[in-house]
Write a protein that binds this ligand. Structure first.
Ligand code: PPS
Length: 438
């Protein structure tokens, strides 16, 4: 009877029959035959303990291997080929801030790493319009992105083969960066740039946009998610890259590894070596002025209207505690951001503070003028009249769009339209245009 067994095992004075059984078991256990068996188990356990200890001690070395498992190849490639093939001409282009240099020719071989939720769609629209108006060749993906989240491969580019001599001018769709593969497609003198955003606001934006996917799906709020990451964040479960070190992931790094201070430094140096310029979306206009200068473009070339903005009703303010948690949770992103924010302002300093202020003012004046002439203002998606201007919606974010002013002249209408055409529609337009041209 199970009840009886339980009782006798825990009673102070067990019934006799049970005591006899226990004595028999004890005799069996302590027999010389079983001593051998126990010794073996003991040795195995000591060995397991030793292996566990060794595993712990070796952690920093393993981490290093993990985080660079993918990027070490990239780094090797970079050192071997890139330095020779694509000398970073910081001296004569980007870093030289003189506006009157003869060698300053507008660049049109451009690679932009489109990171997630960083104002990258607005930058992409600038590149789309620049290429569109000059009939430049874009490197298009087969779908809307270059097979994200896989590492970029030249095979993902429509119309590219290693044998063909086709010249691509601009590559700017979402991808997980892999320099050695991008270099197969883009010419040697390509200008490489990307954009970073403060990981706190970037993650808040991501949480609302990717609310229905992977790690964010079950958490009631971002505060709740960060309180219980071990419950909500399961690496193997889909799309973890939107929920941790998202920008580092896009840049090609392992987003899940604990990273030492030395490794974080190395990550920053790698990004610095691979990219000619890193924009900061929190200082979007200053970023565009630096971009204009680096590319030898005009102020009109960098004119833009904010795209992919969320309605205030879907923005959430985060507690101080949550903000601090994001800094440690997305440690690589936080480090990248602080590093490049600092170097960004050093570049502004080199450009000249006053000159920057003047240019930003002029850019804003032009933007207001253009918005006045073209648009009726930013509206909720349900109020967008022309569906070709309706942005893609995702998660709980309400992505705003624009209505054009009625009665625009045909030529102005086209320009105004392009300025606020969302990424997916504009990409299709350009793709169709390139097909018709061949
Ligand atoms: N000009 C300018 N300046 C500052 N911020 C801007 C600008 N343009 C877009 N945004 C903000 O960027 C967020 C959208 O980022 P992305 O376009 O990169 O998103 S996506 O990954 O392509 O879906 C989105 O952030 P949230 O509104 O916080 O979601 C946009 O508001």
């Amino acid at each position: 009877m199970p009840g009886f067994q339980k009782e006798t095992l825990y009673t102070k004075e067990p019934v006799k029959t049970h005591t006899v059984t226990r004595t028999m078991i004890a005799v069996k256990i302590y027999s010389p035959q079983n001593w051998k068996y126990f010794c073996k188990i003991l040795v195995i356990m000591v060995m397991i303990g030793f292996i566990v200890q060794f595993w712990k001690v070796s952690e920093p070395f393993r981490c290093q291997e993990q985080i660079y498992r993918n990027t070490s190849e990239l780094w090797q490639e970079f050192l071997k080929n890139t330095m020779k093939a694509r000398p970073i001409d910081k001296g004569s282009s980007f870093w030289d801030t003189s506006p009157f240099i003869d060698s300053c020719k507008p660049k049109n071989h451009i690679f932009f790493l489109k990171t997630h939720k960083t104002a990258s769609s607005t930058v992409m629209n600038i590149l789309f319009r620049f290429g569109d108006s000059r009939n430049l060749a874009f490197a298009f993906p087969f779908q809307s992105q270059f097979s994200y989240p896989s590492f970029f491969s030249s095979k993902f580019v429509k119309g590219f083969t290693e044998q063909s001599n086709k010249e691509f001018h601009i590559m700017c769709h979402h991808m997980r960066f892999q320099l050695s593969e991008v270099e197969k497609v883009m010419p040697n003198d390509t200008f490489y740039f990307t954009i970073l955003r403060n990981p706190i606001s970037q993650m808040e934006s991501s949480f609302s946009y990717y609310r229905n996917t992977g790690a964010f799906q079950k958490a009631k709020s971002l505060d709740e998610f960060l309180k219980n990451t071990s419950m909500y964040y399961i690496i193997s479960k889909g799309r973890s890259y939107y929920a941790k070190n998202s920008m580092a992931f896009d840049l090609g790094f392992d987003h899940n590894t604990h990273t030492s201070a030395k490794q974080l430094k190395l990550v920053c140096h790698m990004v610095e070596s691979m990219f000619d310029l890193v924009l900061i979306s929190d200082y979007f206009d200053e970023s565009l002025v630096l971009l204009k200068n680096a590319l030898c473009w005009s102020l009109d070339d960098i004119l833009s209207i904010p795209l992919n903005s969320r309605s205030n009703t879907t923005k959430r303010s985060l507690s101080k505690d949550t903000q601090e948690k994001i800094k440690t949770w997305s440690q690589i992103d936080w480090h990248l951001y602080t590093y490049f924010n600092r170097s960004f302002w050093n570049q502004v300093e080199k450009y000249g503070r006053e000159r920057m202020e003047r240019d930003v003012e002029e850019l804003r004046r032009k933007r207001n003028e253009t918005a006045q002439a073209c648009l009726q203002g930013e509206v909720d998606p349900k109020h967008i009249r022309d569906k070709s201007l309706a942005p893609y919606q995702s998660g709980i974010a309400r992505i705003l769009g624009y209505n054009l002013k009625p009665g625009l002249k045909e030529i102005d209408k086209r320009l105004c339209q392009r300025l606020v055409t969302p990424e997916l529609q504009y990409s299709t337009l350009l793709h169709d245009k390139s097909k018709n041209a061949t």
